[in-house]
Design a protein around this ligand. Structure first.
Ligand code: ATP
Ligand code: MG
Length: 324
C-alpha cells in the first residue's frame, strides 16, 4: 500500500498546530493566573500601605497628644484648685451679703446709710450678681470636668498608663461588656446576635480590650438609631496564634471619603453632648499596643463591620510612651 505523502504532511501539520494551540492556551491561562495574582497582591500591598500610613499618622498624633495633655494638665491643676478656693470665697461673700440685706431690713442702720447702701447695691447690680454667680461657678466646674475628661482621653490615646497583661477570655469580655450596656441596648431596640466560637485565651490588658468593645458597641448602637433594622452581630473565631472579633451592624454606614478619618482623634459626626471623637482613636491605639490590628469596612446606608485581630501571646509589648 502506498502512503500518501500529502496526507502524512497534513496530519503532521495538524498535530503540530493542535499542540501549538494547546501550548498557547496553557500559556494564556498561566498568564491570566499570574496577572490575577499580581492584581491581588497589588491590592493587598495598597491596603497594607494605607494601614501603615494610618498607623504612622496616628503614632505621630499620639506623641503630639501626650505633649498637649502634659501641657494642658499643669494649668488645669491650678485652675482646678483656684476654682475650689473661689467657691469657698464666694460662700463667704454670699453669707456677708445675706447678712447685710438682713441688717438693712431690720432697721439697724440710719435712713441715710440704708439709702447709700441700696444705691451701691443697685449700682453694682449686687442682687443679680448674688443670684448669677453660683450658676457661673457651677458651669465653670462642669466645663473643667469636661476638659479633664478630654485630657484623660488624650492620655489614653497616647497610652501613657502602664498596662497589666493577664490571660483573658475574650468571649467572656464580650458577654461582660454586653451586660454593662444591657439597658442602653434595650432602650435602643437593638437585637444582638452572638456567634462566639471557642477561642484561645489572649494575653492582654482585659480592661482596655473591654473598653474597645464598649466603644464599638456604643458606636454601632448610635449608628442604628435611624435604621429600620437594628441588628448587631458579634462573632469571634481564631486559632492558637490569633483571635478575631468581628462586629457587624446594620447602621447608617460610613461614607468612603470619611472612612480614613474615623480613627483620628476628635473626628466625630455626632453632637457635642454625644461624642468627642476619641473612642476609635483610643481603640486603635489599644489594639495596636497589643500587637493587633483593627480594620473597618462599611457601606453607606447598609452597615459597618469592624474586625479586630489580636495575637494570643504578647510578642510585642505595648509601645513605650513617656509618662506625662
Ligand atoms: N458603627 C459605626 N457606624 C457608622 N459610623 C461610625 C461607626 N463607628 C464610628 N463611626 C463614625 O466614626 C466617628 C468616630 O467614632 P469615635 O468612636 O471615634 O467617636 P464618637 O463616637 O463620635 O465619639 P466618642 O466615641 O468619643 O464618644 C463617629 O462620629 C461616626 O461618624
Ligand atoms: Mg464612639
Amino acid at each position: 500500500m502506498t502512503v500518501n505523502p500529502y496526507k502524512i504532511a497534513y496530519q503532521r501539520e495538524k498535530k503540530a498546530r493542535l499542540e501549538a494551540e494547546q501550548l498557547l492556551e496553557d500559556k494564556a491561562r498561566s498568564l491570566y493566573i499570574t496577572n490575577q495574582e499580581l492584581i491581588d497582591s497589588n491590592k493587598e500591598l495598597k491596603k497594607h500601605q494605607a494601614i501603615m500610613l494610618r498607623n504612622e499618622k496616628l503614632a505621630t498624633i499620639g506623641t503630639l497628644s501626650a505633649g498637649i495633655a502634659h501641657e494642658i494638665n499643669n494649668p488645669l491643676a491650678f485652675i482646678s484648685s483656684n476654682l475650689e478656693m473661689l467657691n469657698t470665697y464666694w460662700a463667704s461673700c454670699t453669707d456677708l451679703f445675706s447678712e447685710l440685706q438682713r441688717l438693712i431690713q431690720s432697721g439697724a442702720f440710719s435712713d441715710d446709710i440704708i439709702l447709700h447702701l441700696n444705691t451701691l447695691i443697685e449700682r453694682y447690680d449686687m442682687v443679680f450678681i448674688h443670684e448669677d454667680t453660683p450658676e457661673l461657678l457651677a458651669d465653670t466646674v462642669d466645663g473643667l470636668v469636661r476638659v479633664k475628661e478630654i485630657v484623660q482621653n488624650l492620655r489614653s490615646f497616647a497610652r501613657s498608663q502602664p498596662t497589666d497583661y493577664i490571660e483573658a477570655d475574650i468571649n467572656q469580655g464580650i458577654q461582660n461588656t454586653l451586660k454593662i450596656l444591657n439597658s442602653q441596648i434595650i432602650d435602643a431596640r437593638v437585637s444582638i446576635r452572638l456567634d462566639l466560637q471557642p477561642i484561645s485565651s489572649v494575653m492582654c490588658n482585659s480592661g482596655e480590650i473591654n473598653q474597645v468593645l464598649l466603644s464599638l458597641i456604643v458606636n454601632a448602637t448610635q449608628a442604628m438609631e435611624e435604621s429600620p433594622t437594628k441588628k448587631l452581630t458579634i462573632s469571634s473565631r481564631g486559632n492558637a496564634e490569633q483571635v478575631e472579633i468581628i462586629l457587624s451592624d446594620t447602621g447608617c454606614g460610613i461614607p468612603q471619603d470619611k472612612i480614613d478619618d474615623i480613627f483620628s482623634p476628635f473626628f466625630t459626626t455626632k453632637d457635642v453632648d454625644k461624642g468627642t471623637g476619641m473612642g476609635l482613636s483610643i481603640a486603635h491605639s489599644i489594639i495596636g499596643g497589643h500587637g493587633g490590628e483593627i480594620d473597618v469596612t462599611s457601606k453607606q446606608g447598609q452597615g459597618t463591620t469592624f474586625t479586630i485581630k489580636l495575637p494570643t501571646m504578647v510578642n510585642s509589648q505595648p509601645r513605650e510612651v513617656k509618662n506625662t
